[in-house]
Design a protein. Structure first.
Length: 183
């Protein structure tokens, strides 16, 4: 999924994106991703800290409405089996799962496991987060490949001993996966 949260922040919080504002947003994101604060509290704090004039439900609707699934990627995922395929998402509460369900994306068919940061209390790019996921999947770091659209998450995976591929689009990913003999 892409386009929802970052677009929301860039649109509604653009004047707040000073160095101090970015630091505050990053702190709130981290806390909600780790499940330290609820999704509702996250939105309330966004309103208070940045003076947003939207209710919590309006913010959530704006983010969810703009999220888009990469259909080409969804077609590629089933071709990766028998490799273990897991979804590890930093999520504002359970928003990621809600979006998967609302878009009718068959996560149980596409992924062997789904890891939501706010439920497991680990978030990317922390090395401990990747170790947790690898342990649950019973996979050694050198046997794992992390695919993510954020370079900082790939760097974190590499620090944990994993290989990493930055995701740009499904065509680029398919080419990269050939190197690993996954397609």
């Amino acid at each position: 999924m892409h386009g929802g949260y970052l677009g929301f922040i860039n649109h509604y919080c653009a004047p707040c994106l000073t160095p101090l504002g970015r630091k505050k947003i990053a702190d709130l994101e981290r806390r909600v991703n780790l499940g330290e604060i609820t999704e509702a509290r996250f939105y309330r704090l966004l309103r208070q800290v940045f003076g947003l004039h939207l209710t919590e439900s309006q913010m959530r609707r704006q983010i969810v409405r703009k999220m888009r699934a990469d259909r080409a990627l969804l077609r590629l995922l089933p071709r990766l089996h028998p490799a273990k395929v897991a979804l590890f998402t930093n999520s504002i509460g359970h928003m990621a799962i809600d979006v998967l369900h609302s878009r009718r994306i068959p996560s149980r068919k596409l992924f062997d496991r789904v890891f939501v940061s706010s439920s497991i209390h680990f978030a990317k790019p922390d090395r401990a987060a990747y170790r947790y996921v690898l342990k649950k999947l019973r996979v050694k770091p050198r046997e794992a490949l992390m695919v993510d659209d954020r370079i900082e998450n790939i760097r974190g995976a590499r620090k944990a001993g994993m290989q990493g591929v930055i995701y740009r689009n499904a065509t680029q990913l398919r080419k990269a996966l050939k190197k690993y003999k996954l397609v």
